[in-house]
Design a protein around this ligand. Structure first.
Ligand code: PEP
Ligand code: MN
Length: 353
């Protein structure tokens, strides 16, 4: 899969590529008003949902095609590029008819291969930029699969949007970032632009700035931020939208570090890390071998594999030991639990041999 840049003429290749605009186009006035302010602040690409996927029926489901005419007017009047979400073939045909510049596929749609395939087929022969949001569930293969379906239909201007992953237990975030997933996507497809959607990850205005900074520090290419001329009265996602002037402050506060700088001066430190990783792997392999010996002993003496007391004791001890060494106890718990789980798996194998 060759995934190319989504850059459009006149768009600065400097990070971050910014897409801003309301969750939903609501009225012509709200759409134009927001667009004019964004354009005055130097934003180049506007977003606005026309068809809204809602968890429950009865809510505001988007203005529908009438809003496409407003986006066309935005383009003519302000010169902004315009983008919207498509979920069906009909949406694609309508959006193309009104000259929408960039399409995105929403999280619920990415999770459905039939829907993505239909969209891909509707787009055959139209090489428009398409951004694919991650599926609601944390499944990297499903995300890549959607990009591949579009790639197979001949689309070359593809990008990904990281909008976080749904969880039952919503604490800080509306959708958990699970940064390792977009990072792995970037590792596998280094040329694929990845845009962070801090609005849908955070679900709250206050989280947009820190999430945006984190995305920039992780070398993401862009940001898509829900921006509304009157966020408190927005018809959808009111709590996570900001005004154009707050957006301006958020963007100007970002520290953009160089992702391409020569890393020669890091080579000594990196070599040390490589060496330590080698040692860690050797120690882990040794630990696993000993754990297998214990497994054999347990089998010979007809003992169960997991001895809860022993496990609780070592876990507690190691975590406080790690904390004393300046490490994060939660991190250490995750590491130790993973090691323990693998040891148990191997011992069960031995027991059943
Ligand atoms: C949106 O961008 O407004 C939207 C519905 O997002 P998602 O598909 O990420 O939920
Ligand atoms: Mn939204």
């Amino acid at each position: 899969m060759e995934l190319d840049s989504i850059l459009l003429p006149g768009i600065d290749p400097e990070r971050p590529l910014v897409i801003a605009g309301p969750c939903s186009a609501e009225t012509e006035e709200q759409t134009m008003n927001t667009a004019r302010q964004l354009a005055a602040d130097g934003i180049k690409i506007m977003r606005a949902g026309i068809w809204k996927p809602r968890t429950k029926p009865g809510g505001f489901e988007g203005v529908g095609s009438v809003g496409l005419a407003w986006l066309k007017k935005v383009k003519q009047e302000t010169g902004l590029y315009v983008s919207t979400e498509v979920a069906t073939q009909k949406h694609v045909y309508e959006a193309l008819k009104y000259g929408i510049d960039i399409l995105w596929i929403g999280a619920r749609t990415t999770a459905n291969p039939f829907a993505v395939q239909e969209i891909a087929e509707a787009l055959q022969g139209v090489d428009i930029p398409v951004l694919v949001k991650n599926p609601v569930n944390p499944d990297l293969e499903l995300w890549i699969g959607a990009l591949e379906r579009l790639g197979n239909a001949g689309l070359t201007k593809l990008g990904a949007i990281h909008r976080g992953f749904s969880s039952y237990d919503k604490k800080i975030y509306r959708n958990l970032p699970q940064w390792h997933i977009p990072i792995e996507l970037k590792r596998r497809y280094p040329n694929l632009p990845v845009i962070c959607d801090p609005s849908h990850i955070g679900g709250k205005r206050d989280l947009i700035q820190p999430l945006s900074q984190q995305a920039m520090d992780l070398n993401f290419e862009g940001l898509i931020i829900e921006t509304h001329c009157d966020p408190d009265n927005a018809w959808s996602d009111a709590s996570q939208q900001v005004t154009p002037s707050v957006l301006k402050d958020i963007l100007s506060g970002l520290v953009i570090r160089d992702g391409k700088q020569s890393t020669e001066d890091l080579s000594v430190l990196r070599r040390q890390i490589d060496e330590i990783d080698d040692q860690l792997l050797e120690l882990l392999a040794k630990r696993m071998r000993i754990s297998c010996e214990i497994g054999t002993f347990k089998k010979e003496h007809n003992m169960t594999v997991v001895q809860t007391e022993r496990y609780d004791e070592i876990l507690g001890k190691r975590i406080s030991q790690a904390e004393g060494m300046g490490m994060n106890p939660e991190f250490m718990r995750v590491v130790l639990e993973a090691i323990h789980e693998e040891s148990v798996r191997q011992q069960i194998d031995i027991l059943n041999k």
